[in-house]
Design a protein. Sequence first.
Length: 216
Amino acid sequence: MATLLHIDSSVFSGEASASRSVAGVFRQAWEDQHPGGKVIYRDLAASPVPHITADSHAAGFAAPDARTPEQAAAFSQRVCLIEELEQADAVLVGAPMYNYTISSTLKAWLDNVILFGRTAGEAPSAKGTPVTVIASRGGSYAPGTPRAGSEYVQNYLEAIFGEMLGMELDFIVPELTMAPHNPAMAELVPLYEASRDRSIELAGARAKELALRASA
């Protein structure tokens, strides 16, 4: 039975969120291929995971019998999130850009699942697992654009998912999402619409590809 881990981090709900909308297309296509499969879903805006504390951090480097009760309790929450990642045949992450980077809730989730000696290090436990990131943004930060130097979402997540966790990373980037709402960006609406349509197409195709791979 194939398992999809689906993480949303947008503060907006439903169609008000570009990342949720595109991720929804991906998930539907995945479920169409795996009607009896399993989806582990975490909405980090509705139910944030705890930020890393001194106890949860220190527990990751301490032997189980040496942990304090507080460390053990904090570490058990991290293990739950780590096991969800390790169980997944594919991972889907909605990562809208806020103030040039990812949401604090997604950063908290990442801090919890990064554990040296397990998910990170010489033999990452989720190595090779495909992860698709829906990296939506209100403007454009593509190479050659005026704000290309402020692209900290893809650069950061490439370092985390690709280099540190050893996962197979793919980005889908719906951009210019503020164009329909900002009169100053009115001339960019056609580009936004093209980006939206392309992102939806890519999401469906990528989900089907990964679902078929998981079934092979």
